[in-house]
Design a binder for this molecule. Structure first.
Ligand code: ATP
Ligand code: MG
Length: 257
């Protein structure tokens, strides 16, 4: 049985791509076959695992628009158990092209259904918008993981994404769950991160991951080397946090069935 987790937050720069790349790599490191799916036209997850996006002939765009055979779009990252369905800038036009299509919200779901038997986990990196691409991800997914940056206005905008999740549950994907809220870029030196974390845990009891991702320069450096953090610097605090997140997700699943 495969499990599809979409990483979403319409706010930019909160750690979606960092989480998608490093969670996928950490899950794969447990020898569970994992597929990372990039549906952001910025294609940061694609370059984050070392794929040259400019050199791609085909991408997830072809699955959404041209109904390409999805298995022909999967690329090996060179890391064990980790494949990617990459994105490139073609995807920027996808939303407009999808708009008049019948079943426009379900394109990704059908593409991934064909691949699901091969993977234990599928992790989808969303763009910073609640657009049709993100709705495609939520429609295909079993759950949504929401990264939240530990800063003053962190909770602003959270009601918007919860509202979108609610609409997707009501109209298209009634089984969609919230995997959890992940606190990112936590700065242990100041009080602000701690205060924000406490406030979010109070507002969303039981819905915030125990794992907290620290602000860690190694996490920010790794993408420029095209490597997930566990291959760039396994000894970093960033690597430890994403390995812990993977364990938390795997063990929680064992409890919930
Ligand atoms: P976008 O909305 O543009 O897609 P995003 O939500 O995917 O952004 P990221 O690209 O993951 O966010 O992170 C934004 C920036 O912050 C990147 O430069 C990334 O390297 C850096 N970053 C992310 N997480 C951390 C962290 N825990 N510590 C330090 N830097 C981080
Ligand atoms: Mg991103």
């Amino acid at each position: 049985m495969s499990r599809i987790i979409c990483i979403a937050n319409q706010k930019g720069g909160v750690g979606k791509t960092t989480t998608a790349v490093n969670l996928a790599a950490s899950l794969a490191a447990t020898e569970r076959p994992t597929l990372l799916v990039d549906i952001d036209p910025q294609a940061n997850a694609t370059s984050g695992v070392g794929i040259d996006k400019a050199g791609l002939k085909h991408s997830v765009y072809d699955a959404l628009i041209n109904e390409y055979d999805p298995s022909a779009l999967v690329v090996d990252t060179g890391h064990p158990f980790l494949h990617i369905m990459p994105a490139n800038s073609d995807l920027a036009g996808a939303e407009l092209e999808l708009a008049p299509e019948i079943g426009r919200e379900q394109k990704l779901k059908f593409a991934l259904a064909a691949l699901a038997p091969r993977y234990r986990y599928i992790v989808i990196d969303c763009p910073p918008s609640l657009n049709l691409l993100t709705v495609n991800a939520m429609t295909a997914a079993d759950s949504v993981l929401i990264p939240l940056q530990c800063e003053y206005y962190a909770m602003e905008g959270l009601s918007q994404i919860l509202n979108t999740i609610g609409l997707v549950q009501k109209r298209i994907n009634p089984l969609l769950k919230i995997e959890g809220i992940l606190l990112t870029m936590f700065d242990a030196r100041g009080n602000l991160s701690r205060d924000v974390a406490e406030e979010i845990r109070t507002h969303f009891p039981g819905q915030v991951f125990e794992t907290v991702v620290p602000r860690n320069v190694r996490l920010a450096e790794a993408p420029s080397h095209g490597q997930p953090i566990i291959y760039y610097d396994i000894a970093s605090r960033g690597a430890a946090s994403y390995l812990q997140l993977a364990r938390e997700i795997i063990s929680r699943e064992a409890i919930n069935g």
